[in-house]
Design a protein around this ligand. Structure first.
Ligand SMILES: Cc1ncc(COP(=O)(O)O)c(C=O)c1O
Length: 409
């Protein structure tokens, strides 16, 4: 497929370029002390990702430890109720630890092991990346420090407990809004001091080169599996693929399998409480170009040009920017982006739970809510939604804020 001068048949060979740019987005904007460590990670990854030993080891881990491939489920009852397109979900909630995050964490952990590092450092929002990284650290016998904002620690208590049980240190970040952006700041600062023996494992397709492409590569297992599975199940490709976008890793993972196909791709951002700055985290829809956390992308800025405060009920989506590849694919028109508010995501959360027996993560509920909306506009056809994670971590918060939706608290 060729669209706006981009040949998607050869896309993965050409993007990003050697400096980590997707068009004008991406790159590496770093304090001088981090330039050499990032080069070290890039060089190691570029060498290792081509070695059959690394590739085969990761394949074995995916099958024997993660439980991959995850299935695709046809939501028959929900689709019949909607009466439009058929909805299918790719079940990343069934990936070990309950979300897609483990796909890149096992890759990053294996890379750290090959590089002789002793510790994994990262931030987490919803706690899924933290749990996944703590799992990888335990599996590979590495230390693990996870930075997490006070607000998220309260909202995602079960995941905090899981990280600690897995042997990670959870370090509370008490400044600013005490959510994901501040956690990234703190993890970066820690890495600046500890880069010799540790590796920074970014939780999404964000940060300086090589993280946006490296995390995408590790997550592309979702798209590769999903494409083959969908063809086998239905004999054709879906008409549309939908995924939620926080930093954008689950979306890039599934989109990468369909970029060269005649399949519409939709990224769904969190509209939170509304369109006012501070009430949402729909950075691609309402943001402008800027540099943050070492990369150039589209971001939400305050009146001083600094990252704006953001909000979403979904801790994993409330980040003021998105991965550079998303900005590029939006600019080129290959992926369309839209947003879903808190209430709509909660409706989808209960709908999937009660119609299909699957409790989704609130992040994934954003994608499902959009899939349901889209299905209603189509008389026929099929939509594949990436169900990026399961909702166990969200139960207490949802019940506290919304009750059980049947008149009983
Ligand atoms: C279940 C789930 N889905 C989606 C996300 C958003 O991350 P990304 O946009 O990188 O997929 C998160 C982040 O924590 C998550 O836990």
């Amino acid at each position: 497929m060729i669209l706006n001068d981009i040949n998607f048949e050869t896309y993965h060979k050409n993007y990003p370029d050697k400096d980590g740019y997707f068009g004008k987005y991406g790159g590496s904007y770093l304090p001088p002390e981090l330039v050499a460590p990032m080069h070290e990670i890039n060089d190691a990854y570029m060498t290792i990702c081509k070695s059959s030993k690394f590739v085969n080891e990761l394949r074995r881990i995916r099958k024997e430890f993660q439980g991959r491939p995850t299935p695709i489920t046809h939501l028959e009852r929900l689709s019949t109720k909607i009466g439009g397109a058929q909805i299918y979900v790719k079940r990343e909630d069934l990936n070990h630890t309950g979300a897609h995050k483990l796909n890149h964490c096992m890759g990053e952990g294996l890379l750290a092991k090959y590089m002789g590092k002793k510790k994994l450092i990262a931030e987490t929002g919803a706690g899924q990346h933290g749990v996944a990284l703590a799992t990888a650290a335990a599996f590979f016998g590495l230390e693990c420090d996870i930075y997490m904002g006070t607000v998220d620690i309260k909202k995602q208590a079960p995941n905090v407990a899981r990280m600690k049980i897995l042997g990670a240190r959870v370090i509370e970040v008490t400044h600013g809004l005490q959510t994901l952006k501040e956690a990234v700041d703190a993890a970066f600062d820690a890495y600046c001091l500890e880069y010799k023996d540790s590796i920074y494992c970014i939780g999404s397709v964000l940060g300086p080169h090589p993280f946006p492409s490296m995390v995408r590569d590790f997550q592309s297992v979702i798209g590769v599996e999903a494409r083959a599975q969908f063809l086998e199940m239905t004999g054709e490709l879906p008409d549309a693929v939908v995924a939620c976008v926080g930093g954008g890793s689950n979306a890039m993972g599934i989109f990468s399998g369909f970029l060269n196909d005649p399949v519409e791709l939709f990224g769904v951002e969190p509209l939170g409480r509304g369109t006012k700055l501070g009430d949402h985290a729909a950075s691609l829809m309402y943001g402008t170009e800027g540099v943050m956390h070492g990369f150039n992308s589209i971001m939400l800025k305050d009146e001083n040009g600094d990252p704006a405060p953001v909000y979403s009920i979904a801790s994993g989506l409330d980040y003021p920017s998105s991965g550079p590849e998303h900005s590029f694919l939006m600019e080129k028109g290959r992926v369309k982006y839209d947003a879903i508010c808190d209430e709509e995501s909660i409706d989808a959360f209960f709908e999937l739970s009660r119609m299909e027996g699957i409790i989704p993560a609130i992040e994934s509920s954003h994608a499902l809510a959009y899939g349901i909306k889209l299905a209603k506009t189509m008389n026929k056809g099929s939509i594949l939604v990436n169900l990026s994670g399961r909702g166990d971590k969200d139960l207490a918060h949802v019940i506290e804020c919304y009750g059980f939706r049947d008149g009983e608290k």
